[in-house]
Design a protein. Structure first.
Length: 241
């Protein structure tokens, strides 16, 4: 079988054009907060241990240089990007390396945006300050979901995750990936007008049975009422007496 091939990528051909693109966003200055841990600096910096040796920002010269850097950013910068990381030590997981997310701060002038970002350095960002109940959100690359806050811990905790003791968010809809997959949520880019998107969530029941095997009991009290006292309960009672 013979196949004819025509090659247009040759010098001198009219169809061969060159596309000149503009320069990308360049870094003017990178500022690191004073109170930083090693859970994310190990990821960002190659020699992360060097930033903790000399705290130059604590003396008068360092503070003046810091103010000079901020003033220079207010004068020359066009956009402000900040980096946030997860606090992995609060989760019942063995992973210590923190998840990082870089996002652009918008709204107001560059000086106002920079002041807003500076005030929130080394501060926590709880989920209830970003998303609210019955709010439509976007899961990046997948779909749009509804959120609701409530108690969801099953007996024995979630499989391969443990008990959820911190702030969490419940999504109604589809999410991507396997368990413990890191997802990025953002507010919906579209104005929602459908009834399904504007409906109020009335959560009446949450299944808290064990996810190991075929769980039948919602609480430990319900399980003990059905099975009766066990040998370990009798031993614990005798030791306590």
């Amino acid at each position: 079988m013979m196949i004819e091939v025509v090659c247009n990528d040759r010098l001198g051909k009219k169809v061969r054009v060159k596309c000149n693109t503009d320069d990308t966003i360049g870094d003017l200055k990178k500022l690191i907060a004073a109170q930083t841990g090693t859970r994310w600096t190990k990821i960002v910096l190659k020699k992360w241990y060097t930033i903790f040796k000399d705290h130059k920002w604590q003396d008068d010269t360092g503070k003046k240089q810091l103010e000079k850097d901020f003033n220079g950013m207010k004068k020359y910068c066009q956009v402000v990007h900040t980096i946030a990381h997860a606090r992995m030590h609060l989760l019942p997981l063995s992973q210590k390396k923190a998840h990082l997310m870089e996002f652009q701060a918008n709204g107001g002038t560059v000086a106002e945006t920079l002041d807003w970002a500076r005030e929130r350095l080394e501060q926590q960002a709880p989920v209830n300050q970003v998303f609210g109940q019955d709010e439509m959100v976007d899961v990046i690359g997948v779909t749009k979901d509804n959120s609701y806050k409530g108690s969801i811990n099953p007996l024995g905790g979630f499989v391969h995750h443990g008990e959820v003791a911190n702030a969490f968010i419940t999504l109604k809809g589809c999410v991507v990936g396997t368990k413990k997959r890191v997802l990025t949520l953002r507010k919906s880019l579209l104005v929602q007008t459908k009834r399904r998107a504007l409906e109020k969530t009335d959560l009446k029941f949450t299944d808290t049975t064990s996810k190991f095997g075929h769980g039948r009991f919602q609480t430990m009290e319900e399980k003990k009422a059905f099975t009766g006292p066990l040998k370990k309960d009798r031993i614990a009672k005798e030791e306590g007496a």
